[in-house]
Design a protein around this ligand. Structure first.
Ligand code: PLP
Length: 378
């Protein structure tokens, strides 16, 4: 059996070990230190001038703190994109709040502005004005930010951008993660850059970042002994982990280039195939990092389903995966409200993510192409 081709695997650039070695050499083996400050500065410079970034243990913890800083508490309602990874929604429940799920639109697969506004109006009419919106840039594709931002402003609801999959993506030239009241990033093992595990909270002010770091380091009051006036968390990124992040920042743009080239490769592979659409940017306003390249398979026109293709590629030891199963269809969220039609359900039925690593070789791509063509010829 040939070696496994993964959906998305870690891709080190070479510089990471230097920063990690430095941490050892200076004995900064702690949840603070020069690499944490350095990684935060790198991210701030990359993502937006005057942004303030707090590095944390995960994207999930960043979302949790974003909700706390947005004032979300017990019994509040938070509007959340339904088609996403469960980590977008779980922190709502950590806060004792209630997720209300919103369908997607077909162009970007992200939160549909019409259903969002309908949900806000309806919740307000029922006396339950939502506290926050969690929007996702799925697979790196920017959401319809003009519409979403203007709705958040119009109804004065906090906007949290889950840009875990979209570091380096932009909408009308502005980087994803910088449109809302807060943005979050993830450096989990499968993301576009990885620290083996980690995340960040993007804030608009230094003040907010300070609050986030305070909460992330056990909420210690300013006193020589341990004194606490708030419930704290152990969410701060370590200096070792941040060293990997600094090395990864050196290759981020190169990795985005490779991922975008993967997307072009799939467009070429499927260009004459009736009934298979490669997910691409709707217009030049959108710039996706193409973290994962995905397709929609129309079984009626192609004669095969996305599951047929997934299993056929698996025979050749190539990993692919259905799109995220919408949250309103998940057993754990079955009692939650949902505003929408069946767009995200249909995406889940027909969608497949294909191998998209920035480390795919020419040989890997040949194997992928042959494997896909094997099914097409049947
Ligand atoms: C990966 C991911 C997260 C969670 O990030 P972690 O660093 O794994 O906690 C949240 N939202 C989305 C959309 C993700 O893909």
């Amino acid at each position: 059996m040939e070696e496994k081709i993964w959906l998305s695997s870690p891709h080190m650039g070479g510089g990471e070990q230097k920063y990690v070695q430095e941490a050892f050499d200076t004995n900064w083996v702690a949840p603070l230190g020069p690499n944490v400050n350095g990684f935060e500065k790198d991210l701030e410079e990359y993502i937006r001038e005057n942004s303030s970034v707090a590095c944390l243990v995960s994207g999930t913890s960043a979302l949790h703190l974003a909700l706390i800083l947005s004032g979300v508490g017990y019994n509040d309602e938070v509007l959340c994109q339904s088609i996403t990874f469960s980590a977008s929604a779980n922190p709502i429940v950590y806060q004792g709040a209630k997720p209300v799920f919103i369908d997607s639109e077909k162009e970007t697969w992200n939160m549909c502005p019409e259903f969002l506004e309908e949900a806000i109006k309806d919740r307000i009419a029922k006396g339950k004005k939502p506290k926050a919106i969690i929007l996702v840039h799925l697979y790196g594709m920017p959401a319809k930010m003009d519409e979403i931002v203007s709705i958040a402003h119009k109804y004065d609801v906090k906007l949290i951008e889950d840009a875990a999959e979209a570091l380096g993506s932009s909408y009308k030239g502005q980087k994803c993660g910088t449109f809302g009241d807060f943005g979050i990033l993830s450096f989990n093992g499968n993301k576009i850059i990885t620290t083996s595990g980690g995340g960040a909270l993007v804030c608009n002010t230094e003040e907010e970042k300070k609050k986030a770091v305070f909460l992330a380091t056990q909420a210690r009051d300013n006193a020589p002994h341990y004194q606490h006036s708030h419930i704290g968390y152990n969410y701060r990124m370590s200096n070792i982990t941040a060293g990997i992040g600094r090395g990864q920042m050196e290759v981020l743009d190169k990795h985005i280039g490779y991922r975008r080239a993967n997307n072009d490769f799939y467009k070429e592979v499927f260009k004459d195939v009736e009934g298979v659409d490669v997910f691409t940017e709707p217009s030049s306003d959108y710039y996706s990092n193409h973290w994962l390249s995905s397709i929609l398979v129309d079984p009626i026109r192609t004669g095969f389903s996305r599951e047929d293709l997934r299993l056929s590629m698996l025979e050749d030891n190539i990993e692919s995966r259905p799109l995220w199963k919408p949250m309103h269809m998940q057993p754990v969220f079955k009692d939650c409200l949902y505003y929408g039609s069946n767009v995200s359900e249909k995406l889940f039925d027909d969608g497949l993510c294909l191998p998209s690593g920035s480390n795919l070789t020419q040989g890997d791509k040949e194997r992928i192409k042959l494997s896909i063509q094997k099914l097409l010829k049947k």
